[in-house]
Design a protein around this ligand. Structure first.
Ligand code: GLC
Length: 592
């Protein structure tokens, strides 16, 4: 396999017939001043705020890099690898929760929102990390979890101690009933209610160790607004809001209808949520460089999602429709089209996401018969063609990079790591696995420590003589390490590095809107700007390129100058047009 890249060298001045990709930045200028990163509203060098087209890299600290040898990733490990992230070409890092936690849900059960888990480091180190990343031109986004706290959080401990009817219990959803107050089900399986010793029941939409907060209580509002300011004051550029559609509950605790209409569900997407986020936006707007709010909103309806992105609410939200979409031309076309259409009226950028710490790794998912993602159908042991999955994941990556808006890369995605499916039962940690009695494989398989170097576990994740990693990387990951892939121009890592570099150079020009073009029934193709076309071939027949097309990058080798199945190419044409087939011998020399 050979990565095909052509950086056009000429025509800088007479850019009428060429894409402007000559100024590809090989590395970020390390001298950039912390207060003048690209896209700062204040810096005046760019007409778009940075977050509208940022590449955000998701760091799952526990599995990123272990500097102190205890088998668990840490902030020192992240700091040591900042040059790797700069060279990858990302604009921001989103850190999964790094706060003290008893780990009932791997950190999404927080005891103290203003501290760092000692296994990861200290608050001082976090501040150093934020500023060191910033010096490299990389912003930081932290995860906030407003729906629930840990059952070891001081508020919940106080509520248990104070007993039924106490003001301390009003910050949560306690009820005195014979059995569970209603039939609501936990997202992790089983009843959403757990009884405490004095007989009261409390609500937890996730694990029992994650009691839900009562967002009608003023303390809950004030506390979270203060937590936002705490991190914003420490220089973080934004927050990712966990379970952002779940905070508000119908106080009558009624059962959901079979098919609830928009806004009618008793604990999802309730209209009162918008008031919370308007308050948060006002706080974010109060900083000279506006802080950014990113919502985790799993909502099936693109227009309901866009309501959260109105100009006085959140800035962006994860595009889970795209993430869940099967590798299918029509489905992807529809997903992209509906996301763009829903975001346009609120003038919010769309995001493009193919993986995160909750879902099956793309090379595995795309290698299955059912290439869509859903928690309900996720099962281990499903036959998987990893070579085919990897090919499609490469094509999906280049497709995502070409779309307008911002994109997310979950650590290890850039290495093409597969889902690890043979984790021994006693090592698994995910409550989804535990609470389903092992029916749901859980999410540990996409959270395995990153392989950095060497030919045997732990592949440089920890140093020599370190404790074993908290989850073992498979023994055959030697060819997937960062070191091995850095040397290989055909690797997934090289594809991400080159693709992101090209993306940064915006070969489509400024504010280039996307137009779908018709290139045949098995081809997804769109143009941006005057000369840029992205083309994905889903069909088994190779698609020839137009005569005047230069190939900027291709996700896989072209075949005789034509685009084979499950391959994405970026083209630069004299004028963007439908890439009508041309005889292979008329196609430019690139890409053979
Ligand atoms: C979000 C997180 C997930 C976590 C859940 C409960 O969906 O992404 O990892 O388990 O919220 O906090």
């Amino acid at each position: 396999m050979r990565i095909v890249v052509k950086f056009l060298q000429s025509n800088v001045g007479s850019a009428n017939v060429r894409c402007d990709v000559t100024q590809v930045e090989l590395a970020r200028d390390p001298s950039s001043e912390p207060e003048s990163l690209p896209g700062s509203e204040a810096d005046g060098r760019d007409d778009q705020p940075w977050w509208r087209n940022a590449v955000v890299y998701q760091v799952y600290v526990r599995s990123f890099a272990d500097a102190n040898g205890d088998g668990v990733g840490d902030l020192a490990g992240v700091r040591s690898q900042l040059p790797y992230l700069r060279d990858l070409g990302v604009d921001a890092l989103w850190f999964n929760p790094w706060y003290p936690s008893p780990l009932a849900d791997n950190g999404y059960d927080i005891v103290d929102y203003r501290a760092i888990d000692p296994a990861f480091g200290t608050l001082d180190e976090a501040e150093q990390l934020i500023s060191e990343a910033r010096e490299l031109g990389i912003r930081t986004i932290v995860d906030v979890v407003p729906n629930h706290v840990s059952n070891e959080h001081p508020w919940f401990k106080a509520a248990l101690a104070a007993g039924p009817g106490s003001p301390e219990r009003e910050r949560f959803w306690f009820r005195t009933t014979e059995g569970p107050p209603n039939g609501w089900q936990s997202i992790f399986g089983g009843s959403a209610w757990t009884q405490v010793e004095d007989g009261e029941w409390y609500l937890h939409l996730f694990a029992p160790e994650q009691p839900d907060l009562n967002w009608t209580h003023p303390d809950v509002w004030a506390e979270h607004e203060d937590v936002l300011r705490f991190w914003f004051d420490r220089g973080v550029a934004g927050v990712r809001i966990d379970s952002a559609a779940l905070l508000v509950k119908d106080p009558t605790l009624r059962e959901p209808a079979d098919e609830p209409g928009p806004g009618e569900h008793p604990f999802q997407d309730r209209d009162e949520l918008h008031d919370i986020y308007r308050g948060w936006r006002a706080i974010a707007n109060g900083y000279p460089e506006q802080r950014v709010l990113v919502g985790e909103l799993w909502l099936p309806d693109a227009e309901r999602l866009a309501r959260y992105l109105r100009p006085d609410e959140l800035h962006t939200a994860f595009n889970f429709d795209f993430l869940s979409c099967p590798w299918d031309r029509d489905a992807l076309h529809a997903s992209i089209e509906s996301a763009l259409a829903a975001h346009a009226p609120v003038d919010a950028p769309t995001t493009w996401v193919i993986s995160n710490h909750d879902v099956t790794r793309p090379v595995t998912r795309y290698g299955r018969d059912d290439t869509s993602f859903s928690f309900q159908t996720k099962r281990e042991g499903t036959p998987t063609d990893l070579a085919r999955g990897t090919r499609r994941a490469r094509a999906a990556a280049l497709l995502s990079m070409a779309l307008p808006g911002s994109m997310y890369v979950y650590q290890g995605e850039e290495l093409g790591l597969p889902e690890v499916e043979d984790i021994p039962a006693e090592r698994r940690r995910d409550p989804m696995w535990i609470r389903s009695g092992g029916v749901d494989p859980g999410r540990d398989g996409c959270r395995v420590p990153l392989p950095w170097s060497g030919d045997k576990p732990p592949f440089g994740f920890s140093g020599p003589d370190a404790a074993p990693p908290w989850l073992d990387p498979p023994g055959n990951w030697g060819s997937l390490t960062v070191a091995a892939q850095t040397e290989d121009p055909a690797s997934m890592l090289s594809l991400y590095r080159t693709g992101l570099r090209l993306r940064r150079s915006a070969p489509w020009g400024r504010d280039a809107e996307l137009r779908f073009v018709d290139a045949g029934e098995n081809v997804l193709a769109f143009a941006r700007g005057e000369r840029f076309t992205c083309l994905v071939n889903f069909g088994s027949e190779p698609v020839a390129l137009p005569a005047d097309a230069d190939v900027l990058i291709a996700s896989n080798d072209l075949e005789g100058g034509a685009v084979p199945q499950d391959t994405t190419v970026w083209l630069c044409q004299a004028e963007a047009q439908a890439p009508t087939p041309a005889p292979p011998d008329r196609i430019g020399k690139e890409g053979r």
